[in-house]
Design a protein. Structure first.
Length: 157
């Protein structure tokens, strides 16, 4: 299907098309403030603590130990890697919780909970993240930033 069959101009057709954004693109060192390797090592270091933390929260909510095997029940909306990445992006002050929710295909509340849970773990590992000079208001701003020469854009709001 092209722009003529949808009744829109070619530019509108391109604007309507979803911009591919993968977790890998959000791991860009310009966004995270660290290399992909450093981020991967951070995720690997925090994942066991995050699993213990999740079990403690669930145990508290249930009021007793598990009655079924681990893995049963509702699945987490974000993986451990996504929770760390979302927290890193939030702490770098790149975007609002709502925009991060859009980028991770979830809600601002889910991002807020992830940040609340992961931030103490980052601090416990001595991770300090400087704020970025880039600020994003929309998903398209992020895509444009990742597509452009990084020296040409610093704020899109």
């Amino acid at each position: 299907m092209d722009a003529t069959t949808t009744g829109s101009t070619p530019d509108e057709a391109l604007a309507d098309r979803p911009t591919p954004r993968t977790r890998r693109s959000l791991q860009d060192p310009e966004l995270t403030g660290m290399t992909r390797q450093q981020l991967s090592e951070l995720i690997d270091a925090l994942t066991p603590a995050m699993q213990v933390q999740r079990e403690q929260v669930l145990r508290t909510r249930r009021g007793h130990e598990r009655l079924v095997a681990p893995g049963a029940g509702a699945k987490a909306k974000l993986t451990s890697a996504d929770r760390v990445l979302a927290t890193v992006l939030h702490l770098r002050k790149l975007a609002t919780m709502a925009l991060l929710g859009q980028l991770f295909n979830t809600t601002a509340m889910t991002i807020s909970r992830a940040v609340k849970d992961v931030r103490p773990l980052l601090e416990g590992h001595g991770v300090r993240l400087p704020a970025s000079t880039a600020r994003f208001c929309t998903r398209e701003d992020v895509a444009r930033f990742l597509a452009l020469d990084k020296t040409k854009i610093k704020s899109t709001c």
